[in-house]
Design a protein around this ligand. Sequence first.
Ligand code: AMP
Ligand code: MG
Length: 425
Amino acid sequence: MKTLEQVAASLQGYDPQALRADKAVQFLQTLVTPVAQTELVALMSALGRVLAADVISPIDVPAHDNSAMDGFALRGALLQPGQPLKLQIAGTALAGKAWTGELTAHQCLKIMTGAVMPAGLDTVVPQELVQVDGDHITIPANALQPGDNRRFKGEDLCKGKPALLAGSTIGPAALGLLASLGLPTVEVRRKLRVAFFSTGDEVLSLGDVPRAGAVYDSNRYTLFGLLTRMGVEVLDMGVVRDDPAALEAAFAQAAAQADAIITSGGVSVGEADHTKAVMRKMAGGEGGVAFWKIAMRPGRPMAVGRIGPAILFGLPGNPVAVMVTFLAFVRPALLQMMGAQVEAPLPLKARSAEAIRKKPGRTEYQRAIVQTAPDGSLQVKTTGQQGSGVLSSMVVANGLLVLHHDQGNVAVGEEVDVLMFDGLI
Ligand code: AMP
Ligand code: MG
């Protein structure tokens, strides 16, 4: 495991006081390591889990050449360009019941989709293309090519070859694929355990009586949702008072139980509260935690470190900043800890419906609504007010308009990158 200092030393241009967003991602990528333990789970418990090892196909799928259509199986070599073909029906090959008889030269077999191709036959004519006359069929001229409508043994998955790769997250298609291999269980990484709590004396728990200057804790709920969608085990530790003993106890408990700790609040510059001091102490001093000022909006301050074996993500307090820093930094780092292949989310290109003022030198994530314009192209407009406390804008938005570090003002109609919320928020 690398120390924070080692990671910092390996990164060109690392400046915790003015950190580029992409550098912060890189820093975390270097800092975290995947959980080592794996477990064997039944398929229906494997949805959303991360494959611990390549799955090597134990069989060919399909196991035999078979028919892709309901129709008649024949020898493709009999088909002559420009000539109709008349054949005698010798019997029927059903799916799940192979036909084992012998055929003479001008015989064919009625065959059902999925039925094993009888030896010597390589082509299937769909039943709707032929004319049936008693026990004979006539295939019109040029209706098909030799080899048509036959599925090959192993064309889906080949015995001995990797069917799924380590690090893939098991989705519905992969579940079906594992089942098609006859595998009842699959080896996955153990679930990541993530503890989270909110800090700040102005933060009320649900059920508390409202008072002037206080806000209800929303961060724990957005974090709960974001984490649950990632398929991690969540450990909700509530709101922790701005008191060194309470904070120490919370960090100690979280570090003892979780792989990662996420807090919100108390990491801004000039904070009067104890959060930063306790983080520093619990991380074993300056070397264990870094307090970043990230060149981004929203979400400038963030703490990153290690408390015991657990990785600490100290997020800002503002509700939108929590969500954006989670998506930009925490999510990719957690995916890596889960053992998942981390691919940067594919940005969509959309035309900006408005002019946007933007200073080069920071990354901006604007809450945005992407729509199809009348001409069919994608258009994006911001949700207006971009204050980092305006959580309603995250509800209204269906994505984030990303203005990159070096990007300047955006003109009406200019193409910009958008990160869609699908499946994330
Ligand atoms: P801080 O980063 O602690 O300075 O907090 C910045 C702002 O976020 C303050 O206005 C807080 O009231 C607000 N805030 C902090 N924690 C929470 C929370 N858990 N839920 C909602 N708002 C919060
Ligand atoms: Mg605070």
